[in-house]
Design a protein around this ligand. Structure first.
Ligand SMILES: C[S@@+](CC[C@H](N)C(=O)[O-])C[C@H]1O[C@@H](n2cnc3c(N)ncnc32)[C@H](O)[C@@H]1O
Length: 301
């Protein structure tokens, strides 16, 4: 499998008109058309990944439908009984993590900007007999409040591989803060920004830890799920967000932190030397330094 490479977004930034070709504007002044262009490239990339994921062993859709799997045990420990609650899953992809909460009794809404992913999520919901307690909405997460007509939810939920696709933790948190109902909860489990900043093949810092206006460009023609299929919309743009930036953004937008946990495990084999724990997680071996691979947090509005 070709390794994922990141490079500076020189092509993108050179269009900003800054004299030396580097982006010098703060996010507030980041030209909207450049940001839109990056998000549109990401959307096309995710649209193309969707059929590959649907056919993959990684997602194993038929197995998921058959085995009745609910949320992961650490998610249940975080949110408890969700029976009868409304739950919104932001960046839901093909809806498996969303529908797992429907199996646990929640009335779920999944939102994603990839039309093919949303179409697939609706189809899986029907095949799993969960269409009456689920709905899927196609929208950029930055427009979620508007598209959902100001509706608020008991729980807003985000699962692995979401934040890196968004340019600004603050803009994202501005949506989250308005989507959680007063007294409701927000829960996220995502890649830790320290793990994101590391090289693909070793525990070495290779990329910035903090949020920067300039995205990283990924020109890989493969996706993380198995399969030989190659992408044609190869270019995608990513941003890292430090833990402090994520937490502060949520607090700025009206949420109170209940707890924050940094985990020495993840749910996929991020590096070949990770060891399986036996319950779907992967850890660093004992002879390597222990560093956070994912994080989760619970907040209240
Ligand atoms: C790695 S996947 C999330 C996987 C997820 N944890 C799951 O349930 O399988 C990332 C998702 O984010 C979505 N996404 C990326 N940028 C987005 C945006 N600006 N608005 C809405 N969805 C976005 C992609 O379409 C993709 O489905």
């Amino acid at each position: 499998m070709e390794s994922i490479t990141f490079a500076r977004a020189s092509q993108l930034t050179s269009r900003t008109g800054s004299p030396n070709g580097r982006l010098v504007l703060g996010l507030g002044a980041y030209p909207p058309e450049v940001r839109e262009e990056a998000l549109e490239a990401n959307r096309a990339n995710w649209d193309e990944r969707t059929p590959i994921h649907l056919a993959s062993q990684f997602y194993d859709i038929d197995g998921w439908i058959a085995d009745g799997r609910g949320p992961r045990h650490w998610e249940v420990e975080a949110l408890g009984d969700v029976g009868g609650l409304s739950l919104l899953h932001l960046q839901c992809h093909i809806g498996l993590d969303t529908l797992a909460w429907a199996r646990a009794g929640a009335s779920v809404t999944g939102l994603d900007f990839s039309p093919r992913a949303i179409e697939a999520a609706r189809d899986i919901a029907g095949r799993a007999g969960l269409d009456r307690c689920s709905r899927f909405v196609c929208s950029d997460v930055h427009r979620a409040v508007e598209v959902l007509g100001g509706e608020t939810f008991d729980v807003v939920y985000v699962s692995l591989g979401a934040l890196c696709w968004l340019p600004s933790a603050d803009a994202w948190a501005g949506q989250v803060g308005q989507l959680v109902r007063p007294g409701g909860r927000f829960y996220i489990h995502d890649v830790h920004p320290l793990a994101w900043a590391m090289a693909d093949d070793e525990l070495e810092i290779a990329h910035t830890y903090f949020e920067q206006d300039e995205p990283f460009v990924d020109d890989s023609d493969v996706t993380y799920a198995d399969g030989e299929a190659r992408l044609t919309s190869v270019r995608s743009y990513e941003w890292n967000h430090g833990i402090g930036e994520v937490v502060t953004a949520l607090i700025r937008h009206g949420l109170s932190l209940v707890w924050l946990a940094e985990h020495d495990w993840t749910v996929w084999r991020r590096w070949p030397f990770l060891e399986p724990t036996g319950d779907g997680r992967w850890r660093l071996p004992a002879d390597r330094p222990s560093v956070p691979l994912t994080f989760s947090l619970l907040a209240r509005r």
